[in-house]
Design a protein around this ligand. Structure first.
Ligand code: CDT
Length: 332
């Protein structure tokens, strides 16, 4: 049995600080047209796909900060994307910075992804949960990663929606590094996880990780896919943007954990794969049959605590003891 869905990761190269929404949307439309010609049914764009990755700067002008957010989706600049996608019968997932006003009138700043069905209907808006980086200006860094200044964690958790004839979930960039992200969706039967990312190649707190960025990116998504029997689509905005080099390597990963399609360039590129959603059952119904094999009675710490709680340390010295060290034995 097969339930095939042809999906595209629509990788983007750099977006300059001066690029207008109209210029960016024209690039999104070009990828959408290419997707239509390839028979794609769902196009996944990256995180914060409408602007440059502004958290790399400590911005102080409120008007400039506000200029990076969308107050409506679609808005005037993004309406052409919604219109063309509906005409073509293609669904899409788009990352953007969102200003959302709640019922009490409080304005929230989220790092969001919208999912739109092939008929143009709104499936869901997901707001990033694991907000990385820092919130204060850290002048020692060659560039900032101020997501914790510009975004608050999404309030809704990791949902899974019936869409595209399957069960679809979303996560954004740093969310992909956390196993709980996938498992919470796995426990809702997820078959396809959509993830946009912006990952600078340089990690200032520990540059020894720089050459491993590509490895870690695929490692976490491949493990999450396999351990939960789901497809994962990871889509980069990468290349050298405003002097900062970011990872590309967008990939579509099968429930086996194998990469079935990946980007070859560091620019705008469409990566296409036909995903058999029924392949998920090979894993969900065997090795990762959660209902049969999981042992949640031993997983309480996962939600009961946040940081690690270490076992008690042995006392350094005990009367007549060695403080845990083996006594030296002199050769006889
Ligand atoms: N955008 C985003 O979430 N990027 C992070 C960088 C972490 S380093 C501050 C990522 O996980 O790729």
């Amino acid at each position: 049995m097969t339930r095939n869905l042809t999906v595209a990761a629509a990788q983007l190269g750099p977006i300059a600080r001066t690029d207008t929404r109209a210029e960016v949307v024209a690039r999104l439309l070009a990828l959408l047209d290419e997707a239509a010609a390839a028979g794609v049914e769902l196009v996944v764009y990256p995180e914060l796909a409408l602007t440059t990755f502004f958290p790399r700067w400590y911005l102080e002008d409120p008007d400039e900060i506000r200029s990076y957010y969308e107050t409506e989706m679609p808005g005037p600049a993004t309406q052409p994307l919604f219109d063309r996608a509906r005409e073509l019968g293609i669904g899409f997932c788009l990352g953007y910075a969102e200003l959302a006003t709640d019922a009490e009138g409080t304005v929230h700043q989220y790092n969001s992804q919208i999912l739109v069905e092939r008929d143009g209907s709104h499936v869901a808006t997901f707001r990033k949960i694991h907000i990385p980086g820092h919130d204060a200006n850290e002048a020692w860094r060659p560039f900032q990663h101020l997501e914790r200044r510009y975004f608050e964690p999404g309030p809704d958790g990791f949902g899974v929606w019936r869409a595209f004839d399957g069960l679809v979930g979303m996560m954004i960039c740093n969310d992909r590094r956390w196993p709980e992200t996938y498992r919470v969706m796995g426990l809702q039967g997820v078959e396809l996880i959509l993830c946009g990312y912006n990952t600078p190649l340089h990690y200032a707190p520990d540059p020894s990780q720089d050459p491993l960025q590509g490895f870690h990116n695929h490692l976490v998504m491949q493990a999450g896919a396999y351990q939960n029997g789901t497809w994962v689509v990871g889509v980069a905005k990468g290349g050298v943007e405003e002097g900062v080099d970011s990872l590309c390597e967008s990939a579509i990963i099968a429930p086996s954990g194998e990469i079935v399609a990946r980007a070859a360039t560091t620019g705008d590129e469409l990566v296409v794969a036909t995903c058999d959603l029924d392949w998920c059952q090979n894993y969900k119904g065997t090795l990762f049959d959660f209902d049969y094999y999981r042992m949640p009675q031993y997983y309480g710490r996962i939600t009961a605590q946040k940081g690690a709680v270490l076992p008690p340390a042995p006392p350094l010295t005990e009367p007549g003891g060695t403080g845990g060290k083996l006594e030296e034995v002199s050769p006889s």
